[in-house]
Ligand binder design. Structure first.
Ligand SMILES: [Zn+2]
Length: 391
């Protein structure tokens, strides 16, 4: 039997469904994260299958990432399969128990099914199938299960800092794409704006400085400022969302502080520092016209946008395998969300694709699910792609 057929024959759909359910049933909501239990489960799974595994605990209690995989001969650079282990908080309006991983209508329901424990499970099953064939790969087949992706990619950053992964030549990020191939992702720049005023009795507002009104002025100036960018063929437009606001003490007090957080999504060609400078200039202009105006801006978190050239050989190989398995023809696509690729791609100077069984439109939504046929399809894509890239 050809190696490919042999590996596919080792893929056990029922075991894959069970593994996905097992991972979903381990709570890993971020914040606070609590990924250690699910990371331990993954490490044990890798070890049990005869692969190497290392649990990488983080300083924060209850948090860990995991790396592991199969060693190759070293003739080629490593292929990295990567997925995050944390989930967002559940939110309201769920009709399913968030952690039960119920099965109905050919779907597994629960928090983190789509985003992205299904992707993690499919990657692990693909690696197990390849391990069972006994083939000696020409490069390492690595898995990185990361903590903290949903907030700031903390786990991926620590894995890079601690040099837990080396000689990475190509990576597959298993975030939800319904098994389509995304080769680009938007950047993230989260900003915090704060204004400072002075309290006064609410009946004598002229004696105070109203921080909320100053924030309103700043937000209007920012909206009118038109941050420069060039529309990207795959990523589309730069976007900005004023996301949270806090301020004020009591209805009868002039507010002396106001704080807003803003979620901007950047496209290739935009410089995050330049955006920050634009905001600072606006603040300076407002200060110049009103001596009572005090405002500051700071970066909460940022991730660079990624745009992998489509003609990259490993990308082309992955797309060919994916199209064979799905019977579809890939079209160039980008993710509007950021992934751990924003950490790994610059760190290893290696290309990536995003491809996973989850549904992007179901991520961070109530009644999240993954279609079982997408799950098993993803395992076939990963298995054949790894063999194609490493043998
Ligand atoms: Zn995700």
């Amino acid at each position: 039997m050809a190696l490919q057929e042999q590996a596919l024959a080792y893929l056990d759909d029922a075991a894959l469904v069970q593994l996905t359910r097992d991972l979903v049933q381990i709570r890993s909501i971020n914040p606070p994260g609590d990924e250690a239990a699910v990371a331990t489960c993954v490490a044990q799974r890798l070890t049990h299958a005869g692969m190497f595994a290392e649990l990488v605990p983080h300083e924060e209690a209850g948090r860990a990432s995991v790396v592991g995989g199969l060693r190759g001969s070293g003739a080629r650079p490593a292929l990295l399969f990567s997925g995050h282990l944390d989930t967002v908080p559940a939110g309201d309006n769920w009709e399913h128990d968030i952690l039960a991983a119920d099965i109905s209508d050919g779907k597994i329901w629960g928090l983190g099914t789509t985003d992205m424990k299904a992707g993690v499970a499919a990657m692990l099953m693909a690696m197990e199938a390849i391990q069972r064939t006994g083939v000696v790969l020409q490069g390492d087949l690595l898995f990185a299960g990361t903590a903290g992706e949903e907030v700031d990619s903390m786990g991926a950053q620590r894995l890079v800092q601690q040099q837990k992964l080396s000689n990475v030549g190509f990576m597959v990020i298993g975030e939800p794409t319904t098994n389509r191939v995304f080769t680009a992702e938007k950047g993230v720049l989260w900003l915090e704006l704060s204004t400072k005023g002075q309290t006064a009795h609410g009946s004598m507002p002229h004696l105070g400085v109203n921080a909320i009104m100053h924030m309103s002025t700043l937000l209007q100036a920012l909206t009118a400022a038109k941050i420069p960018y060039e529309k990207h063929p795959l990523m589309g437009d730069f976007t900005m969302n004023v996301a949270t606001i806090t301020g004020g003490l009591k209805t009868n007090i002039v507010p002396d502080a106001c704080r807003v957080t803003i979620d901007t999504r950047t496209v290739t060609g935009q410089d995050h520092q330049q955006i920050l400078d634009t905001v600072r200039q606006l603040i300076d202009q407002l200060c110049a016209t009103d001596p009572t105006f005090h405002a500051e801006v700071r970066t909460i978190t940022e991730r660079v946008p990624l745009d992998i050239p489509l003609d990259t050989a490993s990308v082309q190989t992955f797309i060919r395998v994916r199209d064979q398995v799905t019977g579809q023809t890939s079209v160039p696509m980008a993710a509007t969300y950021a992934t751990d690729g924003s950490v790994f791609v610059p760190a290893y100077n290696a290309p990536m694709v995003i491809c996973g069984p989850g549904l992007p439109e179901k991520a961070h939504q109530p009644n999240e699910y993954v279609d079982i046929h997408r799950l098993t399809e993803a395992a076939r894509i990963y298995t054949l792609a790894a063999l194609e890239l490493l043998t």
